[in-house]
Design a protein around this ligand. Structure first.
Ligand SMILES: Nc1nc2c(ncn2[C@@H]2O[C@H](COP(=O)(O)OP(=O)(O)O)[C@@H](O)[C@H]2O)c(=O)[nH]1
Ligand SMILES: [Mg+2]
Length: 371
């Protein structure tokens, strides 16, 4: 097929040139009218550009039908819409493909369910990869596919290894004061009521409470209600002086639980107030209460805000309200701080479990710390 471009000042002239070369069998491939720039819109020149060819298969057809046959199809509004929609779909598909999670693609299929479960639980990817590498390398070494049970055994071994040096377990009963700190509404008051009830019922200890949470009447009443059930005394400390008097009053008890205010501890001022009010030099164990329903990043911020206090262990609450408890492991490994209790409900004292490595791992793998 021969092809040639013609330029002329009019279409008639352009077509005359085409016919000269190709005769009546010429095929017009495209035609275009352009205007050259003039001066103030005057003296503008028109220029016609025609691309024509000669194709034997079209020989004998009329000029008009040939022109029509090579014109690009006129896009109907409907088909423009369809094309736009298809373009959008293709773009979305490309995006989706780029976002496919390639994290676990190096592992065999039978490992994926457990790795994905750990990911859903919010365990940090670096730990999931360590676990994946461990199990996969053992599979390659033994040249077998591991059953779920065999995988679990290795995964538990990984946790024992990594969490082996971290302390677990409840109050020691070696210290007279038990102090709970933490943000608003995480379950501090409920949790000390649970721990105190256990100490009284199971260990036959004489218990009492001091509350420094004097910002809301309801908070004092809440603690009083629990204390009354246990027939335990409650002292209210509005300031440092009150706190000293309360200690004196309760000095004959075995265990004194200190409830603190739920304040927004992202503000450093509240952390300072706390350090003035409570005498941390006492014979005291201090626990930081965090709710597993919080975002890990927020928990992390709180932990750093409280780093001036001697946090012995964490207490993690509300595991009944979430399926992602990977943050417990992430934070323990990050700060090297262990867990004393986990709580999974509002019932006092039932919904409290003394933490151990096995129970935490059960909570993560089986979804139940009481398994
Ligand atoms: N679902 C659930 N709710 C809890 C748990 N612990 C405490 N709560 C509830 O959380 C709310 C706040 O508890 P509270 O002890 O007053 O928190 P505080 O402000 O930290 O003292 C109350 O409604 C408690 O009953 C738990 O483990 N699970
Ligand atoms: Mg409270």
């Amino acid at each position: 097929m021969k092809m040639k471009k013609y330029t002329a000042s009019t279409m008639v002239e352009a077509m005359r040139k085409v016919r000269e070369d190709f005769g009546e069998d010429a095929v017009i491939l495209s035609s275009n009218v352009t205007k050259t720039k003039g001066f103030l819109g005057l003296f503008r020149k028109r220029s016609v550009e025609v691309v024509a060819s000669y194709d034997k298969t079209n020989a004998g057809r009329t000029y008009e039908s040939q022109v029509r046959s090579v014109q690009p199809p006129v896009a109907e509004p409907e088909s423009v819409e369809r094309m736009q929609r298809e373009m959008r779909e293709i773009k979305q598909m490309l995006k989706d493909i780029q976002q496919v999670d390639h994290t676990f693609e190096k592992y065999p299929d039978e490992l994926l369910p457990i790795l994905k479960k750990l990911q859903t639980q919010g365990l940090a990817n670096e730990y999931i990869m360590e676990i994946g590498n461990l199990v996969y390398s053992r599979m390659k070494q033994d040249k077998i596919d591991f059953t779920e049970e065999q995988q679990m055994e290795l995964i538990r071994a990984w946790f024992s290894d990594r969490l082996g040096d971290i302390p677990f377990g409840g109050i020691s009963y070696q210290k007279k004061f038990i102090n709970v700190l933490g943000p608003t509404g995480v379950g501090k008051t409920t949790t000390i009521a649970k721990i105190a009830a256990r100490a009284l019922l199971e260990e036959k200890k004489k218990v009492g409470f001091i509350t420094t949470d004097t910002y809301r009447i309801a908070a004092i009443e809440q603690l009083r209600t629990y204390a009354n059930l246990l027939q335990a005394p409650v002292e209210i400390a509005y300031n440092e002086e009150d706190f000293r008097i309360a200690i004196e009053k309760l000095k004959d008890l075995d265990l004194i639980f200190i409830d603190t205010a739920g304040r927004n501890y992202k503000e450093a001022k509240f952390v300072d107030d706390l350090s003035k009010l409570i005498d941390f030099s006492l014979d005291m164990e201090t626990f930081l209460v965090l709710s597993t329903t919080s975002k890990e990043q927020d928990m992390d911020t709180i932990i750093r805000q409280f780093d001036q206090f001697p946090i012995k262990k964490f207490i993690f609450t509300k595991t009944d309200e979430t399926n992602s408890v990977g943050s417990i492991i992430n934070l323990m490994l990050k700060y090297g701080i262990g867990v004393s209790y986990i709580t999974d409900g509002q019932e006092v004292p039932e919904d409290l479990t003394e933490a151990s490595l096995e129970k935490i791992v059960d909570l993560l793998l089986v979804g139940d710390s009481r398994a």
